[in-house]
Design a protein around this ligand. Sequence first.
Ligand SMILES: [Zn+2]
Length: 147
Amino acid sequence: MTFRLTPGTGLVLPAHAGVLRFGMSERAAQWAASTLADIRVDGWMCGTHWDFFFVYRDVTVTAYACTACPEQALGHLIVERTERVPVRAAAVPVAFGDLDLFGYPIHELSEVLDPSDRKLLLPPAVNLQSTHYLSAVSIDACEGARR
Ligand SMILES: [Zn+2]
């Protein structure tokens, strides 16, 4: 029962639900995610062609195509804790390689991540000494508008 972030590819879903793969159509992405959880389409994000999200245990996943995404295909993924300021590991691991990004406080993550992965995965404003847990991580296939 693990989410697995694979930059360049997308997000492997837990419970053999499949993969949210960059370049997928909205329909294909919703189909993959709907085997895991109820999809919510609120159209709350501006500047996107489409977006949807779902909640699985204590993790929210948002998938979207921004206006710069080629062929309006999936180009951006955000994985967030449902808690605003998490003080413990998430119930569902969010793996990056061998590391559970939501399983350790930020200061421990920043010690073990390569500088390039740190830049890729951690928000620019994050305090690397923080003893809080990471509240969100995003990966993008497209250079266009990050949220
Ligand atoms: Zn985009």
